[in-house]
Design a protein around this ligand. Structure first.
Ligand code: SF4
Ligand code: SF4
Length: 148
């Protein structure tokens, strides 16, 4: 990977390896989300996709995720503008908005555990979709995000 590539190149010029390395491993994009058809608001749940390994906050089958989970959101440079629901801490959102990476980011700290110790990741509060019946989803809403 090129040195401090996230500061040198726009997202669309990153290599596949650099793109993947930019993810800080917080797991927020793997929480279930539902959009209200009328208001456009997005409800975010503390319920994580069934493939998310909550202890590591990583996808347990990343290579096959799109086949196994049809509503898995594939983040690409072309779609970054659409992802206003990503947390402000998300490295892709930071770079897209011209902000710096946080000091706890693995690319800067060299420590992939720091995102968890700092309480940025979903590790401390997410529950797996496998453990939550659909009729209880409403009780698991943790945020409502207005989307234009
Ligand atoms: S929210 Fe951003 S940084 Fe966090 S896991 Fe998703 S893509 Fe990676
Ligand atoms: S399939 Fe993997 S990457 Fe996609 S939402 Fe689920 S855990 Fe996240």
């Amino acid at each position: 990977m090129r040195e401090r590539f996230w500061e040198q190149y726009p997202l669309e010029e990153l290599t596949a390896e650099e793109w993947e390395a930019l993810c800080d491993g917080c797991g927020h994009c793997c929480l279930l989300k539902f959009q209200d058809d009328e208001t456009g608001e997005l409800a975010v749940l503390n319920v994580a996709c069934e493939l998310l390994d909550i202890s590591s906050c990583r996808c347990s089958d990343y290579a096959n995720r799109l086949e196994r989970v049809p509503d898995c959101t594939q983040l690409t440079p072309a779609r970054i503008e659409e992802f206003r629901w990503l947390p402000k801490s998300c490295a892709y959102r930071r770079v897209a908005e011209g902000r710096k990476l946080a000091r706890w980011h693995p690319l800067l700290s060299g420590d992939p555990e720091r995102v968890h110790r700092k309480g940025i990741s979903v590790r401390s509060f997410a529950v797996s979709r496998r453990e939550v019946p659909e009729e209880e989803y409403e009780d698991h809403i943790i945020a409502v995000i207005p989307i234009d």
